[in-house]
Design a binder for this molecule. Structure first.
Ligand SMILES: [Zn+2]
Length: 504
């Protein structure tokens, strides 16, 4: 075990998630060391093992992925990780598993929800990982507790964009950390339980730290609620004439949008055609296998099609919604400005589609005009404040899931809103010793990504690369603008000060 963690205590280390920029590659270590009957005991667990999306920008020829560096932990003979807990099924939290297995590593037992395992098993098959190399699997559920070595862990539901999303109350050595996972405070989620506020309220006096999903700030503070996305969709669809088809492209990995779009179509009595790329259908299949029946929801009220042959479409007489992931609409849908309308539910992802719509003079609604259309499953500043209020302003917040500069930039606002932030800004690979009265930085080494390149044996080899900013480079050109975030924090602070002045 690392020399910095020899003393008794509760240690926390981000390995991916507190990045210089670009949000992905999540992985966090929790370790407890204590003395019992004069014997030193320790337990280490990991939460999430995601992939870093912007690997091409790290400059390694032939790269297929990048992952957080947990090699030292895996080879620790004295205290190897006892468990890998997965918060949810998104690639930036899950897919690192695949690349470690492809590189020939043995992983600890994986604890995750049913839906997460469905996605993971699909990946294991896709990458031909032989069964003998699979780790052990344990299915976990919200409202259940686990005992893993010196840790006691409560599993909590979290409002995010897929099924079986969890947060964890991680308890050890008299300390309790709420690891939120990806989540917002929204209580209007459909087909799955939302963030468990009653449980958080009940446990509040015990919770010392919140390792929190922090996605920045939007205009009125809180993340957009699912019910508002649904209502906005219904409103826009209702404005369309009966004989007009409506295209609603959705993000492939966000099942909640498939369902919200479907329910909005149903509410407006428009038939539904699912159409999209392989990714879309893989997820759609998984949603159905998970137990969602679109036919049962539709009843006799609307028709549901999974194919798009001409005769079937003609029967619907243009009264339908096309839900899917696509950047091009084929001729069979007969594009014309009179008979078509589109609702684009993401800011940049469907840009090529917008080009095609413009070419055919087809009107479309955008996220810029209707911000409710893009449902985020993440914690914005308002969600953090609400969480803080629920916990009676007691815990210290450790923001994650954001570029580290965001933590520096939100400090002034945090102190005005009486949200206690960890005094240092944690960066990947640093180790903190957490106790009731302080979070002490005990190790400060720069972090690496491991870039995966194909090996001769159908697996991958890892190449180490220092972590560095990659915005504007590589496949993921999407940049989180520091200036824009700073401006928003400032504006929000001014608004808040003004409203408190008016109230007085
Ligand atoms: Zn996620």
């Amino acid at each position: 075990m690392r020399k910095e963690m020899q003393k008794t205590g509760f240690y926390w280390q981000p390995l991916g998630g507190n990045n210089p920029d670009q949000i992905s590659g999540h992985c966090y270590q929790y370790t407890v060391v204590c003395i019992k009957n004069r014997k030193k005991l320790s337990t280490t667990i990991l939460v999430d093992l995601g992939k870093y999306d912007n690997h091409q920008a790290l400059g390694i020829h032939n790269s297929v992925a990048a992952v957080p560096d947990i090699r030292a932990l895996l080879s620790d003979k004295e205290n190897p990780p006892k468990a890998l807990l997965i918060t949810h099924s998104h690639p930036d939290h899950l897919n690192g598993i695949i690349h470690y297995l492809r590189a020939g590593y043995t992983l600890p037992t994986i604890y995750a929800g049913k839906y997460t395992f469905m996605i993971l098993f699909d990946l294991l098959r896709e990458y031909h990982i032989p069964g003998k190399n699979w780790p052990k699997f344990r299915v976990i559920e919200a409202n259940k507790s686990l005992e893993i070595g010196l840790f006691k862990i409560d599993v909590l539901a979290a409002s995010h964009t897929c099924f079986d999303c969890f947060g964890f109350l991680i308890k050890g050595k008299g300390l309790c950390v709420y690891h939120t996972g990806d989540m917002k405070m929204d209580q209007s989620t459909c087909f799955r339980p939302s963030t468990n506020i009653p449980k958080l309220r009940e446990t509040a006096p015990e919770i010392d730290y919140v390792v929190a999903d922090f996605y920045g700030i939007n205009n009125d503070g809180l993340a957009i609620r699912e019910i508002d996305t649904y209502l906005q969709l219904v409103k826009i669809i209702k404005l369309q004439k009966k004989k007009r088809k409506v295209f609603i492209p959705v993000y492939p990995t966000h099942p909640e949008m498939y369902l919200i779009a479907f329910m909005a179509a149903l509410k407006c009595r428009k038939n539904v055609v699912f159409y999209g790329n392989l990714d879309f259908f893989t997820y759609l299949k998984m949603i159905i296998e998970y137990g969602i029946s679109f036919e049962a929801m539709a009843g006799e009220r609307i028709k549901v099609l999974y194919s798009h042959n001409e005769e079937d479409l003609q029967e619907l007489q243009n009264n339908y919604v096309v839900i899917g992931t696509y950047n091009e609409i084929p001729d069979v849908f007969d594009l014309s400005s009179k008979s078509c309308y589109a609702i684009i539910t993401a800011a940049t992802y469907f840009n090529p589609l917008k080009g095609q719509l413009n070419l055919h003079n087809i009107q479309f609604a955008t996220v810029e005009k209707f911000p409710e259309l893009q449902g985020y499953g993440h914690g914005f500043w308002g969600d953090i404040e609400l969480l803080n209020d629920i916990m009676a302003r007691h815990p210290v917040f450790i923001p994650t899931h954001c570029p580290v500069f965001m933590i520096d930039d939100v400090r002034e606002l945090a102190s005005y809103c009486r949200v206690k932030l960890i005094s240092d800004t944690p960066k990947n690979n640093q180790i903190y010793k957490l106790s009731k009265n302080k979070a002490e930085l005990v190790s400060n080494m720069t972090a690496k990504w491991l870039v995966a390149i194909p090996s001769s044996s159908d697996g991958v080899d890892f190449v180490e690369v220092w972590q560095k900013p990659t915005s504007g480079l590589g496949f993921l050109k999407r940049t989180i603008s520091r200036r824009r975030a700073q401006k928003r924090f400032k504006a929000f602070l001014i608004k808040r000060k003004r409203s408190s002045y008016d109230a007085n």
